[in-house]
Ligand binder design. Structure first.
Ligand SMILES: [Cu+2]
Length: 114
């Protein structure tokens, strides 16, 4: 009884820390996906995120995209590639500020097929 209570404490502390800051829950395209076209790029967050930086790259070269999301905290980030994406392998990397003020970063990759 006492032993289980002691073991339970660190887990609840960890769960509280994990829930404290918002994080990315999903993206479009999905990470690792192969798609025919990319009309829009989405990042879905579990709680508002202020996306300070976002860059789309192909083989390390930046590809222009139009941000539809400003610097306000959002549950969903939207951007549109400035031109039709040629076949190849892409990454979208981002940095942001979570609701609790913690700096966060993430990224995902996808392939545009021929
Ligand atoms: Cu946090």
């Amino acid at each position: 009884m006492i032993r289980s209570a002691i073991l339970a404490l660190p887990l609840s502390v960890l769960a509280g820390a994990a829930a404290a800051h918002s994080k990315a829950e999903g993206t479009t395209p999905a990470d690792g996906a192969t798609v025919a076209e990319v009309p829009m790029l989405h990042i879905v967050f579990d709680a508002p995120m202020r996306v300070i930086f976002a860059a789309l790259t192909r083989d390390g070269a930046e590809i222009a995209m139009d941000r539809e999301t400003g610097m306000e905290p959002v549950a969903e980030f939207h951007a549109v590639p400035a031109e039709t994406l040629a076949p190849g392998t892409y990454r979208l990397d981002w940095r942001g500020m979570a609701e609790d003020g913690h700096p966060m970063q993430g990224g995902f990759g996808f392939t545009v097929s021929d």
